[in-house]
Ligand binder design. Structure first.
Ligand code: ADE
Length: 230
């Protein structure tokens, strides 16, 4: 998979060199390009924003540098998906992460300030698919942190990135429930004991216990995830 990121803060993405995604890059599973939007400005101050038409507080990102960035990075390619992180987008979920992990080329356009001039998305949609995506119902200072979270969630679902694909199946949200609690050695720690059933060797009993724990946790913390009959 190829992932391009356009941002005025390319240094944000240095952390993608480390850990699982860093290894995926070195292994050639993930090809990552981080691009400074200001390289597509032409004035002395490398200006990327201006005041909003219609008035109001804050600044809006100018369309021209974004237009040139997309020209340069998309060329005449037709199968790229342009992702605009914005609190006004569709919610980012594990299901969406799975869909996006099957794409061949993602381009994250990270806006700052009050967002990007709306014509950028409109024009991009004439040459590529465009998706506005929100990390959650809160406001960040820009799209960078949201893009980073999405790239991590998507990247680990790309085949080969996580060594044991079975570990992905048992996680929170994969079956619509929150994950059951997990334990490791020692058996007793500070007076707290690992639940007996996990030491029983009875795989069916372990599976049933984990499912009950997942259901209980979901009912308690995220009842909105459960259909009414569960
Ligand atoms: N940019 C600012 N806030 C955001 C959010 N909640 N999700 C995605 N992008 C954002």
């Amino acid at each position: 998979m190829r992932v391009d990121i356009v941002t005025i803060f390319p240094e944000f993405f240095g952390v993608l060199d480390v850990s699982l995604l860093g290894r995926a890059r070195r292994d050639g599973l993930l090809e990552l390009g981080v691009h400074d939007l200001r390289q597509w400005t032409h004035d002395r101050h490398r200006t990327v924003d201006d005041t909003p038409y219609g008035g109001g507080a804050g600044m809006v990102m100018k369309p021209e540098p974004w237009g040139e960035a997309l020209d340069a990075l998309l060329g005449d390619e037709t199968d790229a998906l342009v992702i605009l992180p914005t609190p006004a987008g569709v919610p980012f979920t594990q299901a969406l992460a799975r869909e996006l992990a099957a794409e061949s080329h993602l381009l994250f356009a990270c806006g700052r300030y009050e967002g990007i001039d709306a014509r950028v998305a409109e024009h991009a949609a004439t040459r590529a698919r465009v998706l506005e995506v929100s990390l959650g119902d809160y406001v960040l200072n820009g799209g960078e942190v949201a893009a980073m979270a999405m790239i991590e969630a998507i990247g680990r679902l790309v085949p080969g990135v996580v060594g044991n694909p079975e570990s992905l199946v048992e996680e929170s949200h994969e079956d619509g429930l929150l994950e059951h609690p997990s334990y490791t050695k020692p058996q007793v720690w500070r007076g707290l004991e690992v639940p007996e059933v996990l030491r029983s060797g009875n795989h069916a009993a372990v599976a049933a216990w984990r499912r009950e724990q997942a259901l209980e946790r979901t009912r308690r913390v995220r009842p909105d995830l459960l259909p009414d009959d569960r």
